[in-house]
Design a protein around this ligand. Structure first.
Ligand SMILES: Nc1nc2c(c(=O)[nH]1)N[C@H]1C(S)=C(S)[C@@H](COP(=O)(O)O)O[C@H]1N2
Ligand SMILES: [Mo]
Length: 203
């Protein structure tokens, strides 16, 4: 059924659907650029902790082994950096935000989350964006363990927002009643960062 495929050659339909996945003003790259503020932190798994605090009934602290033993998923998604490169079909492996949140009881007023990461990095998200499909804490990319420069031992992936929300070297989550700007948001980036609406800078 449908159009005949010549193996290895993309059909016109493939090209069209690929184009539909590229937000306005973005250009696809096959590389995996490394982008962050500061230098790659040195992380010791023995002392690494993931902390959940703020507007929660009980704060939570997890070791790396505990985090890695949570039920994991593999998800393929696109990655859009505000500096205009997009990388399609990234295969991430890790723990879905929804899975992690089965272990957390939020206070009723919790509506936003501040993602905390090394070195001194933060990114804010509305709860519904944090809990969206495709959001996960990843330790592997394209079947390989993350490299230090891409966020090993753990990074957040929020594929439906610009990649500055996808904090590398995550260390915890702070649940908040009110929104507060994170690292880039304080420096002029948009508080939300939807690539389809080109929420790049300012409000
Ligand atoms: N901890 C931390 N995470 C970060 C950043 C950062 O400066 N510090 N930069 C973000 C930005 S702007 C982008 S585009 C992506 C890039 O991820 P990559 O280096 O794996 O491509 O990481 C995001 N995560
Ligand atoms: Mo970015």
């Amino acid at each position: 059924m449908g159009a005949k495929r010549r193996p290895g050659l993309p059909t016109e339909e493939d090209e069209m659907s690929r184009k539909r996945r590229i937000p306005p003003g973005q250009t696809v790259t096959d590389d995996f650029p490394v982008l962050h503020h500061g230098s790659v932190p040195e992380i010791d798994l023995a002392t690494w902790r993931f902390r959940i605090f703020g507007r929660v009934e009980e704060p939570l602290e997890m070791t790396y082994d505990e985090f890695r033993s949570l039920p994991s998923v593999t998800q393929v998604s696109d990655f859009h950096c505000v500096t205009t490169w997009s990388r399609l079909d990234n295969r991430w492996e890790g723990v879905a935000s929804k899975e992690l949140m089965k272990r957390v009881r939020l206070k009723p007023e919790a509506r936003f989350v501040m993602v905390h990461a090394a070195p001194d990095f933060t990114a804010n998200l509305p709860l519904e964006d944090f809990l969206a499909d495709g959001v996960l804490f990843a330790w592997a990319h394209d079947r390989k363990e993350l490299t230090p420069e891409h966020g090993w031992p753990l990074r957040l992936v929020v594929p439906h927002l610009y990649a500055w929300k996808s904090a590398k070297w995550v260390t915890g989550l702070e649940f908040m009643a009110e929104d507060r700007p994170g690292f880039w948001e304080r420096r002029g980036y948009h508080p939300h960062g939807d690539p389809w609406a080109e929420e790049r800078y300012g409000v």
